[in-house]
Design a protein around this ligand. Structure first.
Ligand SMILES: [Zn+2]
Length: 452
């Protein structure tokens, strides 16, 4: 309907002269206003299906478990409850319109207010189901490290006060050495300016003063370096407490400024995935996602700055979806894994602070980290509907070749990777060795992967 059409536009009299004025014509009657037509109704939204990547498009993955890990299927009963189907809402029609379908015609007389596009809406998954994905040892390890962290800090403070005499002596020595240094420096400057007429003597005095100043500087450095352990420990903890916000903000600035932010317009398919998972996890904000060029490195991670979390995807990983194999399944799993870290608050400032010192202890910190990774793998299966095996294969064989790997053969061979040195290597890794991860992924009936 053209809003500018005027039904009387063609009824104008012809132009020209007429010597005989025409007889008075009756005034034209005002035409009856057309009966108001009912406004076209907005087409009823069909049952909303997420465009492109509806979980329903991902049937339950087949069983890849080796003989020793023989689950019947990938759909564990405890994960059967979540409703993946998006819930249609009053925004569903608008959400579909943003995906390229026809919008309802704008009505004449109505303010032409641009409609805010709203994507498909997804129902939040029950919290108990989300928490059931956690590795059975994750929280145990977390609280162990939190308590250990607390004890270490309290111990460092107690040690500081216990060694107070030694610390006081250290402070006195440093202060004395500093005073001597300042005194020598000042006397040198005074000598330089007070005796202009005795040039020869001045040269000798200056050299002598420089030597004294250097000696006192060396003495001060020596005294400072002779720091007692109790001060060292406390200083390190205080430094971390103060410096961490600056360090993570600096890292974020680096990643952000060197990355491409994924938005509704830039890689909208990826943005839609992040939106979908945010809704399913009940996150208040959709985390920012950036893509960075990694020179062939296959990686993705979630991280934080104060009051904000974000995800970084390496471009080579994204290629599995856009260039190599159009494998959006694998990318969905990887994003879901990182969203898992955000949901479980692994990538938050307070989580980091709660294990500030204890997580740096070898083996203890890495074991807790491995438990977290298993949790996020399981949650990623739930969110993405993907088994995650392909994602592991892409990280192992590389994005160009992983589709040539025989999946079942790959899984079978993971069970053969064992032994003392595998155990030792796994023990110090922040992520479980891939063979153990694959075994856990291939067996969804097993709640938790093997930490050791
Ligand atoms: Zn992870």
């Amino acid at each position: 309907m053209d809003n500018n059409t005027n039904p009387n536009a063609n009824s104008q009299p012809a132009q020209g002269t007429n010597p005989n004025p025409p007889a008075a014509q009756p005034l034209p009657t005002v035409q009856q206003a057309p009966t108001a037509q009912p406004l076209p109704t907005v087409p009823t939204a069909p049952t909303a299906q997420p465009v492109g990547y509806a979980p329903s498009q991902y049937p339950a993955p087949p069983s890849y478990a080796p003989a020793n890990y023989a689950p019947a299927s990938y759909a564990p009963t405890q994960y059967a409850a979540p409703q993946y189907a998006p819930v249609p809402t009053q925004y569903a029609a608008q959400g579909q319109a943003t995906q390229g379908q026809a919008q309802a015609p704008m009505q004449p007389g109505y303010a032409n207010v641009p409609q805010q596009p709203v994507g498909p809406q997804y129902q939040k998954i029950d919290k108990r189901i989300l928490n059931a994905c956690r590795h059975k040892s994750e929280l145990r390890w977390y609280w162990f490290l939190v308590i250990l962290n607390f004890l270490i800090i309290v111990g460092a403070v107690c040690y500081f006060f216990y060694a107070m005499d030694e610390n006081q002596e250290y402070v006195d020595n440093v202060y004395t050495a500093y005073s001597e240094y300042v005194e020598d420096t000042m006397s040198g400057e005074t000598a330089d300016s007070s005796d202009d007429q005795k040039a020869d003597n001045q040269k000798d005095d200056t050299e002598k003063d420089d030597e004294e100043s250097t000696d006192s500087m060396d003495n001060l450095s020596e005294k400072i370096n002779d720091m007692p352990e109790s001060i060292e420990y406390l200083a390190m903890i205080l430094f971390l407490l103060v410096a961490i916000p600056f360090i993570v903000s600096y890292a974020y600035a680096q990643y952000r400024s060197m990355s491409i932010q994924i938005t509704e317009k830039t890689y909208p398919e990826i943005y839609a995935i992040v939106q979908e998972y945010s809704q399913k996890l009940g996150l208040k904000k959709v985390p920012k996602v950036y893509m960075i060029q990694g020179n062939g490195v296959l990686n993705a991670f979630s991280s934080f700055i104060p009051f904000k979390q974000y995800i970084e995807l390496y471009a080579d990983l994204v290629e599995v979806a856009y260039r190599e194999h159009h494998d959006m399944d694998t990318l969905r799993f990887i994003i879901a894994h990182e969203m898992g870290h955000i949901y479980y608050k692994h990538a938050t400032m307070h989580y980091y602070y709660s294990m500030l010192v204890s997580q740096t202890i070898p083996i203890l910190g890495s074991t807790a980290s491995r438990a977290r990774e298993y949790s996020c793998d399981r949650l990623a299966q739930l969110l993405s509907g993907s088994d995650g095996i392909d994602a592991m294969m892409s990280l192992t064989a590389g994005i160009h070749l992983y589709k040539q790997v025989d999946k079942q053969d790959y899984i079978n061979h993971t069970t053969e990777v064992k032994g003392l040195f595998v155990f030792c290597y796994n023990l110090v890794c922040d992520h479980p060795v891939t063979s153990k991860r694959v075994i856990a992924l291939a067996d969804p009936q097993r709640r938790s992967g093997k930490l050791y």
